[in-house]
Write a protein that binds this ligand. Structure first.
Ligand SMILES: Nc1ncnc2c1ncn2[C@@H]1O[C@H](COP(=O)(O)OP(=O)(O)OP(=O)(O)O)[C@@H](O)[C@H]1O
Length: 375
C-alpha cells in the first residue's frame, strides 16, 4: 500500500516541485491550499476597509496551485485559517509592535498554522506524512526528530522552523530540502509546471514589503515623538517608535547619502519618553552587545550548556556563542566577540553544525553585564 502524504501547495515553485518529487517517490499525494488572510474584509480597528487589498495575491496563488495540481493529477483541497491566523499570529504580531518590539510572524505562522491548524485539518485524510516545500531537512531515524539545515544554505529556512516541537516534526517530509534552488527551478521547467518561473514570495504575506509602515498604521495609531542623538541633541521628529528597528538605516529621512557616508542609524528607543535615538555611525558602540536573554525556548533533544552557534536574525551568519540554561525555557547566551543590532522580539535560533537545536525569543541584550540602554 502506498503511503499517504498531504502537502501544503502554495502556488509557488517550491511546493509544486515538492509535490512532484513525492509522486515520483511513489507516495499517494493530495494537496491543500490554505487562505490565511481575508483581503476582501481587510479592516482596520474601526472596521474601515484598508487600502491594501491589492497586496495579497492569494487568489492568483490558488489558481496557480490548481493548475499545478491538475498537471500532476492530484486532488487539491482548499481551507481557510483566517480566524486562526488572526487570533494566533496577527494579534501577537500587533501586540509585539505595541510593545515596540520587532516580531517575526513567519516563525509563529509555522508553529501555529502550517504545523498545527494545517496538520489538524489534514488528519481527516488519514495521512502517514505531512509535507511542505520548505528549504530544510528532517532526520526521522534518530531517537527524536532532528531539524537540519537545507542543503542550499543560501535558502535555508530552519530559522523560521526553529520553534517546532519534536512532536510537530515527527511525521514531516521536506521533499526539496536536499536540493538547491536552481535544481528546483530546473525540475519545474522540465515537468512543465505553471509555477516554474514564478517569482519567489518575499516579505510577510499580508503586507508585502513596500507599505509596511502604512499597513501598520491601519491597526496601531502612530505616536510621533522626537528623534535625538545619544547626547540629547534634537535631530527631527519621528513617526512613532514602532516604525523603527534597532540598527535600521532606511526611512529615517536624515543623512543617508548614496555613498553611505553620513548615513544615520537607529541605535535605541526609549519607550518612557517616546524618543528614538539615532547616530551617524553604522558601528556605533551602542548597537553592540555581548550577552542576551532568550525566553520561551523550544529545544529538540537533550539540553546542555556550552558552545554552539546562533543566528539572532534570519540570513545572519552563524555567531559562535556559549549558552547557559537558566530554567527549562530560558537561556543566557554569551558572545564576547560582540554582535551588532540584536533586536528584542526576534528569534534566536541555535545550531550545532547542521542541526538546528531549537530557538527562543530575544528579550534583552547586555553589554559588559549592563542591560543595553534604550534597546
Ligand atoms: N497558502 C498556502 N497553502 C498551502 N501551503 C502553503 C501556503 N503557503 C505556504 N505553504 C507551504 O509552506 C511552504 C513554505 O512557505 P513559504 O511561504 O516559505 O514559501 P516558499 O518557500 O516561497 O515556497 P513556495 O515556492 O512553495 O511558495 C510552502 O512551500 C508550502 O508547502
Amino acid at each position: 500500500m502506498k503511503k499517504k502524504v498531504i502537502i501544503g501547495l502554495s502556488g509557488g515553485v517550491d511546493s509544486s516541485v515538492a509535490a512532484y518529487l513525492l509522486l515520483k517517490d511513489g507516495y499517494d499525494v493530495e494537496a491543500v491550499f490554505m487562505r490565511n488572510w481575508d483581503s476582501a474584509t481587510n479592516q482596520d480597528l474601526k472596521g474601515n476597509p484598508t487600502t491594501f487589498d491589492e497586496m495579497c495575491e492569494q487568489e492568483k496563488d490558488y489558481q496557480d496551485a490548481l493548475e499545478v495540481a491538475h498537471k500532476l493529477g492530484i486532488k487539491l483541497h482548499k481551507v481557510d485559517f483566517i480566524d486562526d491566523y488572526w487570533d494566533r499570529v496577527f494579534s501577537y504580531f500587533l501586540s509585539e509592535y505595541k510593545k515596540n518590539r520587532t516580531p517575526n510572524p513567519d516563525v509563529l505562522c509555522n508553529n501555529e498554522i502550517k504545523f498545527k491548524a494545517f496538520v489538524d485539518y489534514a488528519q481527516k485524510f488519514n495521512p502517514d506524512y505531512i509535507a511542505m516545500g520548505h528549504y530544510a531537512q528532517v532526520d526521522l531515524t534518530k531517537d527524536y526528530p532532528m531539524l537540519l539545515r537545507a542543503f542550499d544554505h543560501n535558502k535555508d529556512q530552519t530559522y523560521f522552523l526553529s520553534q517546532l516541537k519534536e512532536e510537530q516534526l515527527k511525521k514531516v517530509i521536506f521533499p526539496i530540502g536536499h536540493l538547491d534552488k536552481k535544481e528546483v527551478r530546473k525540475i519545474a521547467l522540465e515537468q512543465g509546471l505553471a509555477t516554474a518561473t514564478k517569482k519567489d514570495s518575499t516579505g510577510i504575506c499580508f503586507i508585502g514589503e513596500r507599505h509596511f509602515n502604512a499597513f501598520l498604521s491601519n491597526y496601531l495609531p502612530a505616536q510621533p515623538g522626537q528623534m535625538k542623538r545619544l547626547d540629547g541633541t534634537y535631530v527631527k521628529d519621528h513617526r512613532g517608535l514602532m516604525n523603527y528597528t534597532i540598527g535600521q538605516r532606511k526611512g529615517l529621512g536624515i543623512g543617508g547619502s548614496k555613498e553611505e557616508i553620513g548615513a544615520w542609524y537607529v541605535v535605541g528607543k526609549d519607550l518612557k519618553t517616546n524618543t528614538l535615538y539615532v547616530e551617524p555611525d553604522f558601528n556605533h558602540p551602542h548597537l553592540f552587545s555581548d550577552e542576551a536573554l532568550i525566553t520561551d525556548v523550544i529545544w529538540r533533544g537533550p539540553k546542555f550548556d556550552g558552545q554552539m552557534t546562533a543566528k539572532f536574525r534570519y540570513r545572519q551568519k552563524d555567531n559562535d556563542v556559549t549558552i547557559q540554561w537558566v530554567d527549562d525555557e530560558t537561556i543566557r547566551v554569551f558572545y564576547p566577540q560582540k554582535v551588532r543590532a540584536i533586536t528584542p522580539g526576534q528569534v534566536c535560533a541555535f545550531y550545532q553544525n547542521e542541526v538546528c537545536l531549537g530557538s527562543g525569543f530575544i528579550q534583552e541584550a547586555y553589554m559588559d553585564k549592563k542591560l543595553r540602554q534604550y534597546s
